[in-house]
Design a protein around this ligand. Sequence first.
Ligand SMILES: [Mg+2]
Length: 264
Amino acid sequence: MKPIEEITSKDLEEIKLVVFDVDGVLVPRGTKIKQEGYITTLETKVIADKQINQLRKLKEQGFNLNISSGRGLYMLQDMFGQVLEYTSLTYENGSATWIDGQIIQHVNSFNYMKGLRKKLQCDEIVKNKNFKGFEPKELIITIHCEDEILKIPDLVDEHNKSIKSTGQELYCLWNGEAYDIGVKEIQTKAIGLTNLIKYLGLEKKNSLAIGDNLNDVDLLGQAGISVTADKEKVKGDFYVPLFGEKLPADVLMDSILRNKISKI
Ligand SMILES: [Mg+2]
C-alpha cells in the first residue's frame, strides 16, 4: 500500500469514475439517531464547502462522480444537496443507484428479508439499553446501537435457516455503531459499482473507489484503483491516514487534482 499523495497522472490515466464512501470519508464518522416510540430523530451531516469545490473541479476535469453509502436515498439527497447536479448516489450498500433523475434498482431483497424486520422489533432488542433505533431504509435493515446486542445476529442466523431453500443468506455486519443486514454477495457496494460501470459504458479499470469500513471491502475489490481510509480494517492500493486533520476524501481529491488531468 502506498500513501495516496504518491498517486501519479500515469496511475490515473484510465480513471473516469471516482466513487466515494460517505461516513468517515466525505463527512466525519458517526450517525446521531434516537428512537422513542414512533418518533425517530436523525441528525443530517452536510457536505462542507471545501468538498463541494473539490467535487466540482473533478467534474470539470471530466470525471464521473458517485457517492456509495449504506445510507438511504432521502438522507444522501439531504447531505449532498449542493452537489446533486454532478454526482450519482448509490444507496443502501449497492441496492440501487439514483442517476440522471432515475432510480436503477440493482437488488431485490424482498424474498430474503421478509418477516425479519418484525422479529427484530422484539422487546429484547428495542428495550435493550444499547438500542438506539432503526435507521429508515427501503432495502436493507440498519439498527443503531450503543454497543453490540447479540440477539440481533442470533435472530439473523435463525432467519437464515428459514430461507435456506432460496440458496441465499443474509449478512449482519457490526461496524461499531450499527448493524447492517442485507443479502450476502448480492446486496453489496460491489454490485452497485459493477452496475454503475455498465450503465456508464465503462470498465472496471476506469474506476477508483475510496472507503473505510467493512461494507467497503468488496467495493474496493471491484474498483480499478482502491484507496483505503482505514488500512487496519480494509486493504487498498493506496491509503489515507485514518486520523489526519483533513477528511480522507479531501486528501484524495487534492491528490487527484494536483495531477491536473483533463478527461475532456
Ligand atoms: Mg464509511
